[in-house]
Design a protein around this ligand. Sequence first.
Ligand code: MTE
Ligand code: HPA
Ligand code: MOS
Length: 750
Amino acid sequence: MKNIDSYTHVRGESLFVDDMILRQDALFGLVFDSPKAHGKILSVDYSNAEAVEGVIKIFTYRDIVGENQIGGIIPDEPLWAEDEVHFCGQPIAFIVAESDAIAKKARVLIEIEIEELQVITTAKEAKEKGSFINAPRSFNLGDSQKSFASCDYVFEGEIFSNGQEHLYLETQGCYVEPKENGNIKITSSTQGPTQVQKTAAKVLGIPMHKIEVDVIRLGGGFGGKEDQATPWAVMAAVAVQHLNRPVKFMLNRHDDLRMTGKRHPYESTFKIGLTKDLKIKAFEVEFLQNSGAAADLSPAIAERTLFHATNSYFVPNVKTTVYSCKTNLPPNTAFRGFGGPQGMFVIESAIAKAADELNIDKKEIQEANLLEENDEFSYGQIATEVQAKKSWFDAKEKFELEKLEKDIVDFNTDNQLFKKGISLMPIAFGISFTNTPMNHARALIHIYQDGSVGVSTGAVEMGQSVNTKMLQIASEVLGISSEKVKLESTNTTRVANTSPSAASSTADLNGKAVEMACNSLLERLIKVASNITASKDKSITFKDDCVFTGDKKSNITWNEVIAEAMLQRIALTENAHYATPIIHFDKSKEKGHPFAYHVYGTAITTVTVDCLRGVYEVDAVKIVHDFGKSMNIGIDIGQVEGALAQGIGWMTLEEIAYNKDGRLLSNALSTYKIPDVFSAAKIVEVLPLETDGHELAIKKSKAVGEPPLMYGIGSYFAIQNAVKAFNKNYKPTYHSPFTPEKVLMGLYEK
Ligand code: MTE
Ligand code: HPA
Ligand code: MOS
């Protein structure tokens, strides 16, 4: 089944926040933000800005009725700065005017005096100065310190991975309307409608039931709207509370780039110990996460870095520690993979370094350490239904690795100025919110009396096609055609207390709830149908919009059964709640079973480097991926392709740059390069691994949103191998992104 949005997307008819029809009295918002990364606010003079005709009011923290606090995990972030600023782009005030243009005109007239304080931009500096978000976390398995003594080889190194800009096509934004009796309706481009509702209630000092949050769809979120869609909606809501007029607020691209957090840069140091037969016996890492100026989701992201620090390998002795370092950058936030990619890049780099030192192929070490059934992760979960080896060997065999490698050797022998490189990248990614209490969802289903069906869930559609999957489930369980089912917007008055759409778990959690609700409705309808047909309940099923008795299609339609159910006053509405069973985690011991299951796969990446210019092309990425029993292979392969492009971008091109004063230099698309059609892999081949799927995956169709991003890590090492083929003196470093500038330096390193 096609993505149900494809028709309106292609015709430009899909609705986003910016397409909302505004009330006639609507106003427009714009943020005034800090020009300095750290300092004391001495004075702000709004008088010239306020005097601009059409400026209605400029809001500051003084206008907040409730609390000036938006921190989700730790209450450490004001909505608007009070007397200090902690990053460039930190919101200080909110201008509300009759038009965007007027608000912009007013913004430049605000005068601010700041006494500058010392600015920290890197995690290392923060650690040296003792500047942290919270206490460090450590995962331990076995005894790494002791085991290094008995290792045949021990290597150490330093790794850096840079941040990444989400660059959702639709920037952050909202439209907020006053309703009667002080109620407020927020339409927001958010992955977390409940987070918006809860935070708005807190800041406005009103109960959650006075706030309705509605989300039609997002023009992309990628984690950037899990937490960071909230402040904009809350600012507009504060204005609505005071003015009793609607406020629309869309960030322009420049403001969005400057004010929002990104993927966390990490600086890490590792120590890896191996035995003669290339088994990794001990592994230690210290991760320094550059969290930015407030916690946001950093503690949860740090945790997932630890969960994925050994990727798809079994290591018996592990000690990993992560420090969330407080710096004067915008608070960094969720980004597809949620700290997992940063963890995996380190172990892949450690393995690469060991292989270089031992003068062997990296894949020999990778292959010797792949997870097996019943291996223990450092956090205590026992690996089951492991597909690490199967996907690895399938990829090698089905994509004829030996031939690929031979072709590369031949090419490199024949060519002086172009060199090719290849690498393998296995992944294992845990599915579930790492914070166990977040793993729940609900669905509300109405069957209308004409037989059509409306489905509401907590799932937010952001391009990943979760609505299509929800529709598929409802139509399949009820045995009716997809045209009979409609997905409603995500709305906090229909489905409350939702977790954000994130952690790749949206389809699993909400889909299970849809399945449960549909099954309850079905039970009732079968009784009605059995009365009509005078057949036993057990023989009745619904299929193709009709009642079947046994295998036989009856002449009774779904619509007739619904009409009869109405006459019999049977409830045609159902609500279901799903909470993932089995999972648990004890933070005091850092042990448990946090994930419902893992997703596995292996990618083979080949690249060509132009050794005169340092530029490169990704020739092909060939992937064996564990979808389980995919319920929609078209959509799922689309997710692999998108995630892969994003992963390659993170590893190769996308370079976030701040200067030492904490100002974002890569503040436009002229200075921040994202993968385009020319830099995307020329060939992407995805082979589904044949497996049974997993009981806890919706219809045994495994979560797919984030895991394939990490295949992109393979491109880093493929490029390294090409550089090595050109320059024997090249000393590999592990400092992503591997931009053409860095490649060129490597090619001509003496
Ligand atoms: N795909 C598209 N097209 N747009 C997005 O914003 N977000 C990704 C992924 N795929 C995203 C996407 C992220 S970060 C996550 S966590 C998952 O989708 C969330 O959706 P799921 O839980 O339904 O997989
Ligand atoms: N993944 C994504 N988002 C989250 C998580 C997670 O594990 N925990 C909290 N938000
Ligand atoms: Mo995705 S980073 O969990 O929104």
